[in-house]
Write a protein that binds this ligand. Structure first.
Ligand code: SF4
Length: 325
């Protein structure tokens, strides 16, 4: 079977530059490729950097969908479905809000491809595909992506590795709070080390939603990273200061910067979205702990939460200056 795996063109937000579209290849599609038995072929097309050939002779089209790309994904699906080619969709948006995609594709893959993709391929072989494939979450397997990336030079980052899926928290605004969100799971340490080796770069971007969702695992992983002498960046929660020993190991293992979801300096706003792991009163201590270790902070802040008001903007700006993010 010839499979065409598509990343649709993103919708640029006002603050996005052209570079945003060239950030990195889709790990979702590299994972699909890796999960597909070698009797099939998988061609990956990223519409942000190349054109889709709608006349291509394929047996199945699979599209990874983020919220901004849903309407483009639906148009792409329509073109192939007109020709009688089945089109399936999965990814973050399909998993978080499958009801928004009903009828737009022949099948929706909800949750991890590790669980849904093999079942779909099996059904394709028997010409009987279902409209929905749902991750049973019976196992906690995370597939190694196929890193044989074509057109590497067109991307800014090809050093992206995931160590986990999901998040132990359930902030209301995050896709990890959706009904079909996967439970938090880590990969075996050796699997991640093999990915780092396969990429062969001295700087790695760990793309996890929460690199420290399981501090015990993270500690063991950082121990294994130290001898590699690489540099790395990741995203963690604002409660990371509770684990100073991890911060020390982070520095020792080459941590350069951490993305942290501070989200708000307004405790009521945080409570309103159930972000209970954030404590505004400890932000300055956290920032001191990181800066004193030479770790740069990439802070995420959200405006427009329920308890925000007009002064929230100026107060947040003043706070950023005071605590020196
Ligand atoms: S901590 Fe971050 S990744 Fe986890 S649920 Fe909240 S926003 Fe999402």
């Amino acid at each position: 079977m010839k499979i065409l795996a598509i990343q649709p063109k993103m919708t640029r937000r006002p603050m996005d530059t052209d570079l945003k579209a060239k950030m990195s290849p889709s790990l979702a599609l590299l994972t699909i490729k890796s999960l597909t038995p070698s009797c099939h072929t998988v061609k990956i097309v990223n519409e942000n950097i190349e054109r889709i050939d709608f006349d291509e002779d394929v047996d199945l089209v699979a599209i990874t969908v983020t919220v901004d790309a849903l309407s483009r994904a639906a148009r792409i699906a329509g073109r192939f479905r007109e020709k009688g080619i089945p089109v399936v969709a999965g990814g973050i948006h399909i998993t978080s809000a499958p009801y928004t995609a009903e009828g737009l594709f022949d099948a929706l893959l909800i949750g991890r491809a590790e669980s849904t993709w093999p079942d779909l391929l099996d059904d394709m072989a028997h010409r009987r595909i279902k409209s929905v494939y749902r991750d049973s979450c019976r196992d906690r397997v995370i597939q190694k992506p196929d890193y044989s990336i074509e057109k590497k030079s067109r991307y800014i980052y090809t050093n992206v590795v995931s160590t986990s899926r999901g998040c132990p928290h359930r902030c209301d605004f995050c896709y990890n709070s959706s009904a079909d969100a996967v439970p938090y799971m880590n990969r075996p340490v050796e699997d991640v080390l093999r990915d780092i080796d396969a990429i062969g770069r001295k700087h790695i971007l760990f793309i996890d939603d929460n690199f420290c969702g399981n501090p015990e695992w993270t500690g063991a992983f950082l121990d294994a990273l130290i001898p590699l002498k690489i540099k790395w960046s990741a995203a963690v929660c604002a409660d990371i200061a509770k684990h100073p020993h991890l911060l020390d190991k982070m520095v020792e293992s080459g941590c350069q910067s951490l993305f942290i979801g501070f989200e708000s300096i307004n405790s009521s706003s945080l409570r309103g979205v159930h972000k209970s792991q954030n404590d505004v009163g400890t932000y300055d201590k956290l920032i001191h702990e990181l800066h004193s270790r030479g770790i740069m902070i990439n802070a995420s802040l959200v405006f427009g939460l329920q308890y925000d008001y007009v002064l929230t903007f100026t107060r947040t700006r003043a706070c950023i200056h005071t605590i020196k993010i």
